[in-house]
Design a protein around this ligand. Sequence first.
Ligand SMILES: [Zn+2]
Length: 1042
Amino acid sequence: MGTENPSRPNYALRPATNPLSAPPSTTPFLSSGPVIRSEASAFRPAPPTPSQFPTPPFSSGPLVGSEAPGFRPQPSVRPSELVRPPPLTQSSYGPPTTGFQRFPTPPLPSADHMQHPRSLLSGPPVVTPPTRPQGGSVSSQASSYSQPQPPSISMGSPPQNIKTGQIISNVPPSIDRPFSPSRQNIQPISPPMGPSQATARGTFQPAFPGYVSSQPYSSAQVPSVRPAPFQSQPGGYTPPAPPATFLAQPRGYMPGPPVTTSSVPYSRDQMQLPGMAPPIPSQGLVEDFSSLSLGSVPGSFDSGLDVKALPRPLDGDVEQKSVAEMYPMNCGPRVLRLTTGGIPNSQSLASRWHLGLGAIVCPLAESPLGDEVPIVNFGTTGIIRCRRCRTYVNPYVAFTDHGRKWRCNICSLLNDVPGEYFAHVDANGRRVDLDQRPELTKGSVEFIAPAEYMVRPPMPPLYFFLIDVSISAVQSGMLEVVAQTIKSCLDNLPGSPRTQIGFLTYDSTLHFYNMKANLDDIFVPLPDDLLVNLSESRTVVEAFLDSLPSMFQENMNVESAFGPALKAAFMVMSQLGGKLIIFQNTLPSLGVGRLRLRGDDIRVYGTDKEHSLRVPEDPFYKQMAAEFTKYQVAVNVYAFSGKYTDIASLGTLAKYTGGQVYYYPCFLSAIHKDKLRHELTRDLTRETAWESVMRIRCGKGVRFTSFHGNFMLRSTDLLALPAVDCDKAYAAQLSLEETLLTTQTVYFQVALLYTSSSGERRIRVHTAAAPVVADLGEMYRLADTGAIVSLLSRLAIEKTLSNKLEDARNSVRLRIVKAFREYRNLYAVQHRLVGRMIYPESLKFLPLYGLALSKSTPLRGGYADAQLDERCEAGYTIMALPVKKLLKLLYPTLLRIDDFLVNSSAPADDFDISKRLPLTSESLDTRGVYIFDDGFRLVIWFGRSASPEIARGLLGEDFGADFSKVSLSQRDNEMSRKLMKIFQKCRESDPSYYQLCHLVRQGEQPREGYFLLSNLVEDQAGGASGYADWFMQLHRQVQQNA
Ligand SMILES: [Zn+2]
């Protein structure tokens, strides 16, 4: 998406009708009649068709009645333009009207509040255009309405950009202003974790403020800090030397003052290392590269290549450790990984690096227990930042002038130390208060942001649900599972008691629900009744969710007015922002945003038009996504249909709003409910950072120039992220701005400014340093395969949106070939190895990951090799995956379990899930039973000659049944209990998705092929190479022009 100018009040596309300020007569809070297809106004009503609108059971209600002015059918609509749902009889239509009268307390907004608004209409069906008809997009009558303010954008710019005092009054009174003066003096302290606390924290990000229990506050003096944990360890780690020693000089490295005390952990020589790029030991070459004999005849296929000796990542992801060892104060690799830890010192050197120079950033990655991100409150001092480049104070700044000044490590400016922040420095330039200053010793900290970091009161967590209730949604059981799951999560939605919630359902019409618990004046409809405070309306919300499935039990409607529903949701949410969670079961068929079947034309594949199937056809979705982002709405899309749903279009909503796409093709409650339940639960209950923006700063001479993932750019380098959580990662590419870098070290700083669920503005800051190197070999030595694969995956998927799949695959292969050729040339003199493939040790798994990427769902094969929707969904998903999760998807875990299951002496929880097997059918013994786990699903494969005892133990009488209809559950025997323990381990190792288990028999096609064989990436399959062939091809191509 295009860049937006942050200084421009970019709300020109303000909807003409503001749902919260407009008079009731113009609200959209009515069920619309049959919606007009693709005309300018989605909400234009159809002429009355009495048969479609059975006599309403009530003649009045809290919602706008038909007497409201302005609800006139537009005469210009010709009947031929209308698409009407099939006529429905009263008996088959809508919920039983008595359904809500059963609700006891509190006095529900009587049944009618939650009733189909359709039923409330006594006159002609009337609808309100929520927007002026303007080409299908939200219309642009801007100025006369009060506008939601953009989030603070002060991260990148000095506070003068912030319109302080311009607080909009659109936030419900229930929301506390979190930054009362006294609050600023509260010192958050995270006490050392006790064991009980540790357990209770479970999988949530402990440092998040949304979980009040995990962030106990107590009064203390400003500034508050949490003791850096490593300093309490006697005899353990000593705080690193002050960065002053190698930072004090504006131009590059200069040795600091003579170091005499023995307490300094580094000798001067060692301290030079970061800046000087650690020397390669003379024997380094031997250690740093690997080679594989490919036979005496180079290029020959089957002579000499020992397939078993090919490198395989059976230990999973291995992080690059060298840079972290050089700079122990760097933030952890969970947060930031560079494709190479060696930053090239010149553009010419950078041009010889073919694997993408950049970083993968996961700003809210979960911290391991005991290593939580410390929270720092500068209180009235204000956050210490560089006056010029706005870098946050960090472990690599240098204090000089007896502690009165500090030098910025990013731009070298000498800043004054504010009086309140002053501390003496010792002979080594170390501040004496270092052990109370996590921001000066830890690579990751979180600052409490004062009022100037907000332009409106921090928003409350808000969840708005847009639920398809057409026939397939009901019959698949989706509606019931969704309603039950949302209800079960109500206690755990972050941000209580401020959390807001609302619902809208749709088929051919839209149905709004008034959730207000107490309606004193029920005849005056309030638009904001559609969004309520959860704790105030809890009973109503629960009652609604209980009755939602039965309300539509008899619904025969097959249509989907998705686009109009989306626009209505936008109007409801635009005042506050929040998370919009969409459950879509069919192809949107009515109104604006209506989509058509495409993608079934095999002739398009392999042509220049192929990519167009993978991008949205109708600009409506991209425009809506842009609007959502502006108003701080993140969109998550859950899609369920087995038929074409155009995920390419729907997913756009998630892509540009920092959201996520979940896909359950052919959803059937009986089979898929556990997966949906778990994933929806995580989505709703994981801690979330709201209305956030992220920027990555880096030192002079380098600049991040492109970003890849699910977000929208607000300016050249400011990522708008309406919602972020620990499961989202972003890639960024780095360029050298200057021909030659004169510094010895490059610093990076990721800053995420966000609103916590508890309503505080906070800034999560991660800082890292990396050495500048003058040698390509050093870049290879410090390469990080996981980061490279993550970046290349994103680039390749982006390429499929404008090119053929084949082109995207070729681009991956070409990069690997170029990189290995460059490497070979580097050592051509020393190693004239004939018939050997030479590659850097650090990149030994790159060929296999490259092959796996080419075979992954977004890139594999052609028309027949993946359903279009599946392909698009996988693309959207991978764009957001953190490194470890992606590597596991590309090279999944294969485990043999039959020995363990039958071994009666092995304890049930004793199974080691790290004993992974090569992903080839040669690993499969017909007598064995195996588990395949790619992080998204589990597959159990039963060999043809596997012991029947195992099958009986695990499946009982179901063993002979059709496996597509069998779901595995725990049985009362040791074997079954053991298997469930293994499942549990696999699932707990990464809870971001839930792996549903699929059973497969050897030889049972197409099931075995689909679930397992096509995912054994080392095997030759279809037109794609096996690992050995691929390796040989790379080798031959590396040799060409070598
Ligand atoms: Zn600076």
